[in-house]
Design a protein around this ligand. Structure first.
Ligand SMILES: O=C(O)CC[C@@H](O)C(=O)O
Ligand SMILES: [Zn+2]
Length: 485
Protein backbone atom coordinates (compact mmCIF):
# COMPACT_ATOMS: atom_id res chain seq x y z
CA UNK A 1 0.00 0.00 0.00
CA UNK A 2 1.44 3.43 -0.88
CA UNK A 3 2.44 5.70 2.02
CA UNK A 4 -0.52 8.09 2.51
CA UNK A 5 1.57 10.70 4.33
CA UNK A 6 3.02 12.81 1.47
CA UNK A 7 -0.35 13.29 -0.25
CA UNK A 8 -2.04 14.03 3.09
CA UNK A 9 0.52 16.66 4.05
CA UNK A 10 0.33 18.29 0.63
CA UNK A 11 -3.47 18.41 0.82
CA UNK A 12 -3.32 19.92 4.31
CA UNK A 13 -0.72 22.50 3.24
CA UNK A 14 -3.07 23.49 0.41
CA UNK A 15 -5.97 23.83 2.86
CA UNK A 16 -4.23 25.48 5.88
CA UNK A 17 -1.36 27.23 4.11
CA UNK A 18 2.10 25.66 4.14
CA UNK A 19 3.19 27.94 7.03
CA UNK A 20 0.75 26.00 9.20
CA UNK A 21 2.01 22.53 8.36
CA UNK A 22 5.32 22.35 10.24
CA UNK A 23 7.70 19.66 9.05
CA UNK A 24 11.16 20.97 10.00
CA UNK A 25 12.60 19.13 13.04
CA UNK A 26 13.31 22.40 14.89
CA UNK A 27 9.74 23.63 14.40
CA UNK A 28 8.29 20.32 15.52
CA UNK A 29 10.64 19.77 18.49
CA UNK A 30 8.60 21.64 21.17
CA UNK A 31 5.56 19.53 20.25
CA UNK A 32 7.35 16.18 20.53
CA UNK A 33 8.62 16.41 24.09
CA UNK A 34 6.74 16.86 27.34
CA UNK A 35 7.62 18.97 30.36
CA UNK A 36 9.51 16.37 32.36
CA UNK A 37 11.44 14.87 29.45
CA UNK A 38 10.07 11.40 30.21
CA UNK A 39 8.92 10.69 26.67
CA UNK A 40 10.18 11.82 23.30
CA UNK A 41 7.74 11.39 20.46
CA UNK A 42 7.77 11.65 16.70
CA UNK A 43 5.30 12.99 14.16
CA UNK A 44 4.88 13.42 10.43
CA UNK A 45 4.06 17.10 10.93
CA UNK A 46 2.52 19.61 13.31
CA UNK A 47 -0.58 21.23 11.84
CA UNK A 48 -1.99 24.52 13.06
CA UNK A 49 -5.61 24.97 11.92
CA UNK A 50 -7.19 28.42 12.36
CA UNK A 51 -10.77 27.48 13.21
CA UNK A 52 -13.18 24.64 13.84
CA UNK A 53 -13.82 24.06 10.13
CA UNK A 54 -10.10 23.59 9.56
CA UNK A 55 -9.80 21.24 12.55
CA UNK A 56 -12.65 19.20 11.08
CA UNK A 57 -10.97 19.16 7.65
CA UNK A 58 -7.70 17.92 9.16
CA UNK A 59 -9.40 15.18 11.17
CA UNK A 60 -11.52 14.09 8.20
CA UNK A 61 -8.45 13.87 5.97
CA UNK A 62 -6.61 11.85 8.63
CA UNK A 63 -9.58 9.50 9.00
CA UNK A 64 -9.59 8.90 5.24
CA UNK A 65 -5.82 8.31 5.19
CA UNK A 66 -5.77 6.21 8.40
CA UNK A 67 -3.30 8.59 10.07
CA UNK A 68 -3.38 9.23 13.89
CA UNK A 69 -4.03 12.71 15.31
CA UNK A 70 -2.79 13.95 18.67
CA UNK A 71 -4.45 17.19 19.82
CA UNK A 72 -2.23 19.61 21.72
CA UNK A 73 -2.96 22.80 23.64
CA UNK A 74 -0.16 24.34 25.73
CA UNK A 75 1.61 20.97 26.05
CA UNK A 76 1.98 21.43 29.81
CA UNK A 77 0.59 18.00 30.76
CA UNK A 78 2.39 15.75 33.25
CA UNK A 79 1.34 12.27 32.10
CA UNK A 80 2.64 12.07 28.53
CA UNK A 81 -0.90 12.46 27.18
CA UNK A 82 0.08 14.95 24.47
CA UNK A 83 3.13 13.13 23.13
CA UNK A 84 2.70 11.81 19.56
CA UNK A 85 4.13 8.50 18.40
CA UNK A 86 3.60 8.94 14.69
CA UNK A 87 0.78 10.69 12.83
CA UNK A 88 0.00 14.39 13.16
CA UNK A 89 0.11 16.77 16.07
CA UNK A 90 -2.92 19.04 15.81
CA UNK A 91 -2.15 22.27 17.67
CA UNK A 92 -5.21 24.22 18.82
CA UNK A 93 -3.10 27.32 19.55
CA UNK A 94 -4.61 29.44 16.76
CA UNK A 95 -8.17 28.87 17.94
CA UNK A 96 -7.80 31.53 20.60
CA UNK A 97 -10.86 33.74 20.26
CA UNK A 98 -13.37 34.65 22.94
CA UNK A 99 -16.55 34.08 20.97
CA UNK A 100 -19.13 35.48 23.38
CA UNK A 101 -19.47 37.06 26.80
CA UNK A 102 -22.88 36.98 28.53
CA UNK A 103 -22.57 38.63 31.96
CA UNK A 104 -26.28 38.21 32.74
CA UNK A 105 -26.02 34.48 32.09
CA UNK A 106 -22.58 34.43 33.75
CA UNK A 107 -21.02 32.59 30.83
CA UNK A 108 -18.10 32.94 28.46
CA UNK A 109 -17.79 31.11 25.16
CA UNK A 110 -14.15 30.54 24.28
CA UNK A 111 -12.12 28.58 21.78
CA UNK A 112 -9.91 25.70 22.86
CA UNK A 113 -6.62 27.50 22.25
CA UNK A 114 -7.28 30.37 24.68
CA UNK A 115 -4.59 30.50 27.34
CA UNK A 116 -6.14 29.94 30.78
CA UNK A 117 -4.89 33.30 32.12
CA UNK A 118 -6.63 35.08 29.18
CA UNK A 119 -9.88 33.28 30.04
CA UNK A 120 -9.54 34.47 33.64
CA UNK A 121 -8.95 38.03 32.37
CA UNK A 122 -11.97 37.91 30.06
CA UNK A 123 -14.12 36.82 33.00
CA UNK A 124 -12.70 39.62 35.14
CA UNK A 125 -13.42 42.18 32.40
CA UNK A 126 -17.05 41.04 32.60
CA UNK A 127 -17.00 41.61 36.38
CA UNK A 128 -17.02 37.86 37.09
CA UNK A 129 -14.68 35.04 38.06
CA UNK A 130 -13.47 31.99 36.17
CA UNK A 131 -12.04 30.11 39.14
CA UNK A 132 -9.91 27.42 37.47
CA UNK A 133 -6.39 28.19 38.66
CA UNK A 134 -3.17 26.25 38.14
CA UNK A 135 0.56 26.96 38.32
CA UNK A 136 0.80 26.72 34.51
CA UNK A 137 -2.10 29.12 33.82
CA UNK A 138 0.17 31.48 31.85
CA UNK A 139 0.80 28.86 29.17
CA UNK A 140 -1.77 26.04 29.44
CA UNK A 141 -4.78 26.33 27.13
CA UNK A 142 -8.42 25.85 28.06
CA UNK A 143 -8.92 22.99 25.58
CA UNK A 144 -6.19 21.04 27.36
CA UNK A 145 -7.66 21.96 30.75
CA UNK A 146 -11.02 20.56 29.68
CA UNK A 147 -9.73 17.49 27.89
CA UNK A 148 -7.81 16.56 31.06
CA UNK A 149 -10.53 17.79 33.46
CA UNK A 150 -7.87 19.89 35.19
CA UNK A 151 -8.11 20.47 38.92
CA UNK A 152 -5.82 23.06 40.50
CA UNK A 153 -6.05 24.93 43.75
CA UNK A 154 -9.69 26.06 43.78
CA UNK A 155 -11.42 22.68 43.42
CA UNK A 156 -12.43 22.74 47.06
CA UNK A 157 -14.81 25.65 46.43
CA UNK A 158 -15.58 25.54 42.70
CA UNK A 159 -14.98 21.96 41.54
CA UNK A 160 -12.85 20.57 38.73
CA UNK A 161 -12.81 21.88 35.13
CA UNK A 162 -15.81 19.66 34.40
CA UNK A 163 -17.89 21.61 36.93
CA UNK A 164 -17.18 24.85 35.09
CA UNK A 165 -18.52 23.81 31.68
CA UNK A 166 -22.04 24.23 30.32
CA UNK A 167 -21.47 23.38 26.67
CA UNK A 168 -18.90 22.09 24.20
CA UNK A 169 -18.09 22.03 20.52
CA UNK A 170 -16.20 18.88 19.54
CA UNK A 171 -14.70 17.53 16.33
CA UNK A 172 -15.38 13.80 16.19
CA UNK A 173 -13.03 11.12 14.85
CA UNK A 174 -14.74 11.11 11.44
CA UNK A 175 -14.45 14.90 11.09
CA UNK A 176 -18.06 15.75 11.98
CA UNK A 177 -18.60 18.68 14.34
CA UNK A 178 -20.85 18.22 17.36
CA UNK A 179 -22.32 21.61 18.25
CA UNK A 180 -23.12 21.32 21.93
CA UNK A 181 -22.48 24.98 22.72
CA UNK A 182 -25.50 25.31 25.00
CA UNK A 183 -25.29 27.89 27.79
CA UNK A 184 -27.89 26.20 29.99
CA UNK A 185 -27.84 25.33 33.65
CA UNK A 186 -30.60 22.82 33.18
CA UNK A 187 -30.67 20.47 30.21
CA UNK A 188 -31.80 16.88 30.60
CA UNK A 189 -32.44 16.29 26.91
CA UNK A 190 -30.80 12.86 26.75
CA UNK A 191 -27.27 11.80 27.72
CA UNK A 192 -24.94 14.54 28.86
CA UNK A 193 -22.40 14.12 26.07
CA UNK A 194 -20.05 16.89 27.12
CA UNK A 195 -18.90 14.87 30.10
CA UNK A 196 -17.72 12.09 27.78
CA UNK A 197 -15.23 14.41 26.13
CA UNK A 198 -14.15 16.31 29.24
CA UNK A 199 -11.32 14.29 30.77
CA UNK A 200 -10.98 11.95 27.77
CA UNK A 201 -7.52 13.39 26.96
CA UNK A 202 -8.24 13.76 23.26
CA UNK A 203 -9.01 10.06 22.79
CA UNK A 204 -12.73 10.42 22.03
CA UNK A 205 -12.93 13.74 20.20
CA UNK A 206 -11.17 17.09 19.92
CA UNK A 207 -12.68 19.96 21.91
CA UNK A 208 -12.65 23.14 19.82
CA UNK A 209 -14.78 25.52 21.95
CA UNK A 210 -16.65 25.64 25.24
CA UNK A 211 -19.25 27.60 27.14
CA UNK A 212 -17.75 28.24 30.57
CA UNK A 213 -19.65 28.89 33.76
CA UNK A 214 -18.57 32.02 35.65
CA UNK A 215 -18.94 32.87 39.34
CA UNK A 216 -19.35 36.13 41.27
CA UNK A 217 -16.00 37.73 42.13
CA UNK A 218 -15.37 37.73 45.89
CA UNK A 219 -15.02 41.25 47.32
CA UNK A 220 -12.00 40.21 49.34
CA UNK A 221 -9.59 37.32 49.71
CA UNK A 222 -7.19 36.52 52.53
CA UNK A 223 -4.26 34.12 52.52
CA UNK A 224 -2.44 32.56 55.45
CA UNK A 225 0.50 30.22 56.00
CA UNK A 226 0.07 27.94 58.99
CA UNK A 227 2.58 25.80 60.90
CA UNK A 228 1.20 22.56 62.33
CA UNK A 229 2.42 19.59 64.31
CA UNK A 230 1.58 16.92 61.75
CA UNK A 231 -0.54 15.87 58.77
CA UNK A 232 -3.22 14.80 61.27
CA UNK A 233 -3.25 18.34 62.66
CA UNK A 234 -3.51 19.73 59.12
CA UNK A 235 -6.57 17.57 58.49
CA UNK A 236 -8.11 18.63 61.81
CA UNK A 237 -7.55 22.30 60.93
CA UNK A 238 -9.05 21.76 57.49
CA UNK A 239 -12.25 20.22 58.82
CA UNK A 240 -12.54 22.98 61.44
CA UNK A 241 -12.14 25.71 58.79
CA UNK A 242 -14.47 24.02 56.34
CA UNK A 243 -17.17 23.63 58.97
CA UNK A 244 -16.84 27.21 60.15
CA UNK A 245 -16.07 29.04 56.89
CA UNK A 246 -18.18 26.87 54.56
CA UNK A 247 -18.00 27.89 50.90
CA UNK A 248 -15.76 30.83 51.83
CA UNK A 249 -12.81 28.47 52.31
CA UNK A 250 -11.40 28.65 48.78
CA UNK A 251 -8.09 26.81 49.22
CA UNK A 252 -6.40 24.47 51.66
CA UNK A 253 -3.02 23.25 50.43
CA UNK A 254 -0.68 20.93 52.30
CA UNK A 255 3.09 21.47 52.30
CA UNK A 256 5.53 19.14 54.08
CA UNK A 257 8.69 20.42 55.82
CA UNK A 258 10.90 18.94 53.06
CA UNK A 259 8.81 20.79 50.46
CA UNK A 260 9.23 24.13 52.25
CA UNK A 261 13.00 23.47 52.63
CA UNK A 262 13.52 22.94 48.91
CA UNK A 263 11.36 25.93 47.99
CA UNK A 264 13.46 28.13 50.28
CA UNK A 265 16.63 26.61 48.81
CA UNK A 266 15.76 26.95 45.13
CA UNK A 267 12.89 29.35 44.44
CA UNK A 268 14.16 32.85 43.64
CA UNK A 269 13.11 35.39 46.26
CA UNK A 270 11.41 32.84 48.52
CA UNK A 271 11.31 33.98 52.15
CA UNK A 272 10.67 31.77 55.20
CA UNK A 273 7.06 32.58 56.13
CA UNK A 274 7.18 31.55 59.81
CA UNK A 275 9.91 31.47 62.46
CA UNK A 276 10.74 28.01 63.64
CA UNK A 277 10.14 24.57 62.19
CA UNK A 278 6.90 22.64 62.14
CA UNK A 279 5.88 19.10 61.28
CA UNK A 280 3.54 20.26 58.49
CA UNK A 281 2.33 23.45 56.83
CA UNK A 282 -0.88 24.62 55.21
CA UNK A 283 -1.60 27.44 52.80
CA UNK A 284 -5.14 28.62 53.50
CA UNK A 285 -7.30 31.01 51.51
CA UNK A 286 -10.67 32.46 52.53
CA UNK A 287 -12.82 34.62 50.22
CA UNK A 288 -15.79 36.78 51.15
CA UNK A 289 -18.58 38.79 49.51
CA UNK A 290 -17.68 41.63 51.91
CA UNK A 291 -14.26 43.27 52.51
CA UNK A 292 -13.94 41.15 55.67
CA UNK A 293 -12.02 38.07 54.50
CA UNK A 294 -8.85 39.15 56.37
CA UNK A 295 -10.44 39.63 59.81
CA UNK A 296 -12.53 36.47 59.31
CA UNK A 297 -9.43 34.37 58.60
CA UNK A 298 -7.57 35.95 61.52
CA UNK A 299 -10.41 35.08 63.86
CA UNK A 300 -10.60 31.50 62.59
CA UNK A 301 -6.85 30.97 62.95
CA UNK A 302 -6.78 32.78 66.30
CA UNK A 303 -9.20 30.17 67.67
CA UNK A 304 -7.16 27.35 66.14
CA UNK A 305 -3.98 28.65 67.78
CA UNK A 306 -5.71 29.01 71.11
CA UNK A 307 -7.07 25.46 70.92
CA UNK A 308 -3.63 24.11 70.02
CA UNK A 309 -4.85 22.97 66.60
CA UNK A 310 -2.22 25.12 64.89
CA UNK A 311 1.27 25.99 66.16
CA UNK A 312 1.86 29.27 64.33
CA UNK A 313 0.27 31.28 61.52
CA UNK A 314 0.80 34.38 59.44
CA UNK A 315 -1.99 36.14 57.55
CA UNK A 316 -0.87 38.16 54.51
CA UNK A 317 -1.19 41.91 55.12
CA UNK A 318 -1.27 42.85 51.45
CA UNK A 319 -2.08 41.36 48.08
CA UNK A 320 1.67 41.20 47.33
CA UNK A 321 2.29 39.26 50.54
CA UNK A 322 -0.56 36.93 49.67
CA UNK A 323 0.95 36.29 46.24
CA UNK A 324 4.35 35.61 47.84
CA UNK A 325 2.77 32.96 50.09
CA UNK A 326 1.05 31.39 47.09
CA UNK A 327 4.38 31.35 45.22
CA UNK A 328 5.85 29.16 47.97
CA UNK A 329 3.18 26.58 47.20
CA UNK A 330 3.21 27.00 43.43
CA UNK A 331 6.96 26.58 43.07
CA UNK A 332 6.93 23.14 44.72
CA UNK A 333 6.58 21.19 41.49
CA UNK A 334 9.36 23.16 39.83
CA UNK A 335 11.88 23.08 42.65
CA UNK A 336 11.50 19.34 43.01
CA UNK A 337 13.33 19.02 39.69
CA UNK A 338 16.33 20.70 41.28
CA UNK A 339 16.65 17.87 43.82
CA UNK A 340 17.34 15.22 41.17
CA UNK A 341 15.07 12.55 39.77
CA UNK A 342 11.53 12.29 41.08
CA UNK A 343 8.88 9.60 41.00
CA UNK A 344 5.41 11.13 41.15
CA UNK A 345 2.08 9.71 42.23
CA UNK A 346 -0.89 11.98 41.61
CA UNK A 347 -3.48 10.29 43.81
CA UNK A 348 -6.60 10.98 45.82
CA UNK A 349 -8.31 9.46 48.82
CA UNK A 350 -11.40 10.58 50.74
CA UNK A 351 -10.46 13.82 52.52
CA UNK A 352 -11.00 12.11 55.88
CA UNK A 353 -8.21 9.63 55.05
CA UNK A 354 -5.57 12.03 53.72
CA UNK A 355 -3.52 12.12 56.91
CA UNK A 356 -3.63 8.34 57.37
CA UNK A 357 -2.64 7.91 53.74
CA UNK A 358 0.31 10.29 54.11
CA UNK A 359 1.53 8.42 57.19
CA UNK A 360 1.12 4.95 55.71
CA UNK A 361 2.57 5.68 52.30
CA UNK A 362 5.52 7.62 53.76
CA UNK A 363 6.41 4.76 56.13
CA UNK A 364 6.11 2.19 53.34
CA UNK A 365 8.33 4.13 50.91
CA UNK A 366 10.94 4.91 53.53
CA UNK A 367 11.06 1.22 54.45
CA UNK A 368 11.47 0.28 50.79
CA UNK A 369 14.35 2.69 50.18
CA UNK A 370 16.05 4.24 53.22
CA UNK A 371 17.06 7.80 52.35
CA UNK A 372 14.25 8.36 49.86
CA UNK A 373 12.91 11.90 50.36
CA UNK A 374 9.12 11.99 50.38
CA UNK A 375 7.83 15.26 48.93
CA UNK A 376 4.09 14.78 49.37
CA UNK A 377 2.13 17.98 48.92
CA UNK A 378 -1.04 19.24 47.39
CA UNK A 379 -4.71 19.82 47.57
CA UNK A 380 -5.53 18.27 50.94
CA UNK A 381 -8.87 20.07 50.98
CA UNK A 382 -10.12 17.99 48.05
CA UNK A 383 -8.23 14.79 48.92
CA UNK A 384 -5.67 15.04 46.08
CA UNK A 385 -2.10 14.45 47.25
CA UNK A 386 0.93 14.66 44.96
CA UNK A 387 2.77 11.82 46.67
CA UNK A 388 6.14 12.52 45.09
CA UNK A 389 9.50 11.01 45.91
CA UNK A 390 12.88 12.64 45.42
CA UNK A 391 15.92 10.44 44.95
CA UNK A 392 18.15 9.81 47.97
CA UNK A 393 21.14 12.16 48.05
CA UNK A 394 24.03 10.56 46.20
CA UNK A 395 22.00 7.84 44.44
CA UNK A 396 22.23 7.52 40.66
CA UNK A 397 19.10 8.95 39.02
CA UNK A 398 18.77 5.91 36.74
CA UNK A 399 19.00 3.48 39.65
CA UNK A 400 16.30 5.43 41.48
CA UNK A 401 14.01 5.59 38.44
CA UNK A 402 14.39 1.84 37.95
CA UNK A 403 12.45 1.51 41.22
CA UNK A 404 9.43 3.35 39.75
CA UNK A 405 7.34 0.20 39.24
CA UNK A 406 7.99 -0.92 42.81
CA UNK A 407 6.98 2.44 44.23
CA UNK A 408 3.91 2.46 41.99
CA UNK A 409 2.86 -0.82 43.48
CA UNK A 410 3.44 0.29 47.06
CA UNK A 411 1.69 3.66 46.75
CA UNK A 412 -1.11 2.62 44.42
CA UNK A 413 -1.95 -0.45 46.53
CA UNK A 414 -2.38 1.78 49.58
CA UNK A 415 -4.48 4.26 47.58
CA UNK A 416 -6.64 1.42 46.25
CA UNK A 417 -7.11 -0.06 49.72
CA UNK A 418 -8.37 3.36 50.83
CA UNK A 419 -10.87 3.47 47.97
CA UNK A 420 -8.91 6.24 46.29
CA UNK A 421 -7.84 7.05 42.74
CA UNK A 422 -4.41 6.43 41.21
CA UNK A 423 -4.98 9.25 38.70
CA UNK A 424 -6.58 12.12 40.58
CA UNK A 425 -5.78 15.30 38.71
CA UNK A 426 -3.25 15.06 35.87
CA UNK A 427 -4.94 12.25 33.98
CA UNK A 428 -3.86 8.82 32.78
CA UNK A 429 -2.04 9.62 29.53
CA UNK A 430 0.76 7.15 29.01
CA UNK A 431 2.21 7.18 32.47
CA UNK A 432 -0.78 5.49 34.15
CA UNK A 433 -2.19 3.64 31.17
CA UNK A 434 -0.91 0.27 32.25
CA UNK A 435 -1.70 0.93 35.91
CA UNK A 436 -5.35 1.66 35.19
CA UNK A 437 -6.41 -1.93 34.29
CA UNK A 438 -4.88 -3.19 37.52
CA UNK A 439 -7.05 -0.96 39.71
CA UNK A 440 -10.12 0.00 37.65
CA UNK A 441 -13.37 -1.86 38.08
CA UNK A 442 -13.44 -4.39 35.20
CA UNK A 443 -16.91 -3.28 34.14
CA UNK A 444 -15.76 0.36 34.07
CA UNK A 445 -12.76 -0.63 31.96
CA UNK A 446 -14.97 -2.56 29.55
CA UNK A 447 -17.27 0.47 29.20
CA UNK A 448 -14.29 2.74 28.56
CA UNK A 449 -12.99 0.46 25.80
CA UNK A 450 -16.46 0.23 24.22
CA UNK A 451 -16.82 3.99 24.26
CA UNK A 452 -13.43 4.35 22.62
CA UNK A 453 -14.37 1.83 19.95
CA UNK A 454 -17.76 3.45 19.37
CA UNK A 455 -16.46 7.00 19.05
CA UNK A 456 -13.13 6.27 17.39
CA UNK A 457 -13.47 2.92 15.60
CA UNK A 458 -10.20 3.33 13.70
CA UNK A 459 -8.30 4.17 16.89
CA UNK A 460 -6.80 7.34 15.41
CA UNK A 461 -7.45 9.89 18.16
CA UNK A 462 -4.45 10.08 20.51
CA UNK A 463 -3.83 6.34 20.13
CA UNK A 464 -2.35 4.33 22.95
CA UNK A 465 -3.33 6.81 25.66
CA UNK A 466 -5.69 6.31 28.63
CA UNK A 467 -7.00 2.88 27.60
CA UNK A 468 -5.14 0.48 25.34
CA UNK A 469 -7.55 -0.86 22.72
CA UNK A 470 -6.19 -3.52 20.36
CA UNK A 471 -3.10 -2.69 18.33
CA UNK A 472 -2.40 1.05 18.53
CA UNK A 473 -1.42 2.58 15.19
CA UNK A 474 1.80 4.53 15.07
CA UNK A 475 3.73 1.95 17.10
CA UNK A 476 2.99 3.70 20.35
CA UNK A 477 3.71 0.69 22.50
CA UNK A 478 7.18 0.17 21.12
CA UNK A 479 7.92 3.86 21.23
CA UNK A 480 7.11 4.45 24.91
CA UNK A 481 10.45 5.61 26.27
CA UNK A 482 10.95 4.69 29.91
CA UNK A 483 10.08 1.25 31.12
CA UNK A 484 8.35 2.58 34.20
CA UNK A 485 4.94 4.09 34.57
O1 LIG B 1 4.42 18.23 40.10
C1 LIG B 1 3.46 17.74 40.69
O2 LIG B 1 3.50 16.60 41.16
C2 LIG B 1 2.16 18.53 40.89
C3 LIG B 1 1.91 19.63 39.93
C4 LIG B 1 0.62 20.40 40.19
O3 LIG B 1 -0.48 19.59 40.01
C5 LIG B 1 0.58 21.06 41.52
O4 LIG B 1 -0.38 20.87 42.26
O5 LIG B 1 1.51 21.83 41.83
ZN1 LIG C 1 -1.92 19.63 41.65
Amino acid sequence: MPDPAPALLDALAARLGSAHVLRAPDDMAPHLAETRGLYRGRALAVVRPADTAEVAAVVRACAEAGVPVVAQGGNTGLVGGGVPFGGLVLSLARLDRVRAVDPANATLTVEAGCILARVQEAAEAAGLLFPLSLASEGSCRIGGNLSTNAGGTAVLAYGNARDLVLGLEVVLADGRVWNGLKALRKDNAGYDLKHLFIGSEGTLGIITAAVLKLHPRPASTATAFVGLASAQAALALFTRLRDRAGGRLTAFEYIPPFGLDIVLRHAPGAVRPLDGDHGAYALVEVSAETPEAGPALEALLGDALEDGLAEDAVVARSAAQGRALWRLRESLSDVQRREGASIKHDVSVPVSRTAAFLERATAACEAELPGVRVCAFGHLGDGNIHFNLSQPVGMEAAAFLALWPRFNRIVHDIVHAMNGSIAAEHGVGLIKRDELPRYADPVALDLMRRLKQALDPQGLLNPGKVVAVGEAPGGVDAAVGPSFG
